[in-house]
Design a protein around this ligand. Structure first.
Ligand SMILES: [Fe+2]
Ligand SMILES: [Fe+2]
Ligand SMILES: [Fe+2]
Length: 445
């Protein structure tokens, strides 16, 4: 396999991870996006959309609510029927925010109009632009209907799932108001003839892979892969306003540790990617828990404790990202066995995860959190030294403590010189090095 192909496979895997995590980011709406995607592509093919346009619908359906992350997630978590005016105003900004994020993703720019207009109504009373009728892109007309009927067919905290007849009534009475007549009538016909298949994860996954195949060019460059990593990381960091840039800094620190320990090639690339993705599972943690000031209840802490496993499970399902799984799963383990999720200790914690743990802890200490102020770099380094052999693996801690001080100083800058070559390496991320899974001693060359 050539480097070019592996670049594309890795990029496609990242897109799939993004799709997967957005599916779980909505709590009780769980597979809402994937269900919308399946229904929308079926409507799309009935309405004569070509393969390219149907592929755009798949990603449009799942990514159109990216803008809610860190902006108006309380709307997803709302246990009562009514949203306050203030929350409603924030919700109305999400299509533009989602559009902005999608436009930053190389090869997904074409989703822009689809995403921007997914809340426009046929009669012009929707948002953000009040477009009506055929001024609304056909893909967005389809998403509007698919989104609404999927939401009605699923239970919400304040109501049961609506039955088939009730949904058909709502669609009929929404023709020419919320829904495009053509799209709505197509949906009604398919429903009445029983042609809409049951949703399955397997069919969805197959659809995502095919759509990726159609949307991506043969060659995906390493910088664009790196940009997609950055975008996923920004989405993760948006969950927690106190830690903006956290994932990128952890990636930079992890690569610096690799330099100190003489780890090169694939393991260094893995450290880079795992740094960006280690908190992927945080996208599924409710905002009310992450943003809480004060002590968490046991139930709330369970949500936090699930994030390494949730992130690892998404990556595990994706062959080209599977080698990143253990670094993500075990980044909160402690050398002395007191960490989570499994309480692994010592050498049983994979080296990549040991390195993540120390970089993550350092960045958490030196960042301002909801419940405390940041500490100075020197005190954080003292803490790392104190916890060597307790919280942190000795090899990882030694590597960390050997990082030259100018790296720490440049950490909050935009792109430290020392890391310029890293994006060139991400596309080689295909081979599994046994050292990622053990912590056999490594020596400087
Ligand atoms: Fe939306
Ligand atoms: Fe974490
Ligand atoms: Fe973290």
């Amino acid at each position: 396999m050539t480097g070019t192909h592996s670049g594309k496979a890795f990029y496609a895997g990242l897109l799939e991870a993004l799709t997967g995590v957005m599916g779980s980011a909505k709590g009780y709406l769980n597979d809402h996006g994937p269900r919308v995607a399946m229904l929308a592509t079926q409507l799309g093919s009935e309405l004569g959309l070509n393969q390219q346009q149907r592929s755009e619908l798949v990603f449009g359906a799942v990514l159109s609510d990216m803008g809610m992350v860190g902006l108006a997630e309380d709307a997803w978590e709302n246990p009562v029927a009514e949203l306050s005016d203030e929350v409603r105003a924030r919700v109305r900004q999400h299509p533009q925010r989602s559009e902005m994020r999608a436009r930053e993703v190389p090869h997904l720019e074409s989703l822009g109009p689809l995403i921007r207009h997914h809340h426009e109504w046929w009669d012009g009373s929707g948002y953000p632009d009040g477009f009506g009728g055929e001024d609304i892109p056909l893909g967005a007309q389809i998403l509007r209907l698919a989104d609404t009927v999927t939401a009605l067919g699923a239970p919400r905290p304040q109501r049961e799932a609506l039955g088939r007849e009730k949904i058909l009534d709502i669609v009929e009475s929404g023709i020419g108001v919320e829904f495009s007549p053509t799209v709505a009538n197509t949906y009604l016909r398919l429903m009445r003839t029983g042609e809409i298949p049951q949703f399955t994860d397997a069919a969805y996954r197959h659809t995502v892979l095919r759509a990726t195949e159609h949307l991506l060019p043969e060659e995906v460059s390493p910088p664009s892969t790196n940009q997609l990593l950055t975008i996923v990381a920004n989405l993760i960091d948006a969950k927690d306003p106190y830690t903006g840039g956290h994932s990128r800094r952890v990636a930079l620190l992890a690569v610096s540790v690799a330099d100190q320990l003489g780890l090169e090639g694939h393991i260094k690339s893995a450290l880079w990617s795992v740094g960006y993705l280690h908190d992927l599972g945080k996208l599924a943690v409710p905002l009310r828990v992450l943003a809480k000031e004060g002590k968490l209840t046991d139930e709330e802490f369970e949500f936090i404790k699930a994030h390494p496993t949730d992130g690892a499970e998404i990556l595990e399902g994706i062959p080209t990202l599977r080698h990143l799984t253990t670094g993500v799963r075990y980044h909160h383990e402690r050398w002395d066995g007191g960490g989570y999720p499994e309480g692994l200790s010592g050498d049983r914690i994979p080296l990549v995860a040991q390195i993540m743990a120390v970089c993550d802890a350092y960045d958490a200490m030196t960042s301002k959190r909801a419940y405390r102020n940041s500490v100075a770099s020197t005190s954080a380094l003292e803490e790392v030294a104190r916890e060597r052999g307790k919280q942190f693996g000795p090899v990882a801690a030694d590597g960390f403590l050997a990082i030259p001080s100018d790296i720490f100083e440049g950490l909050h800058g935009s792109r430290p010189e020392a890391f310029r070559d890293i994006p060139q390496r991400v596309q080689t991320l295909r081979h599994i090095d046994p050292r990622w899974f053990t912590s056999e001693p490594v020596h400087r060359p």
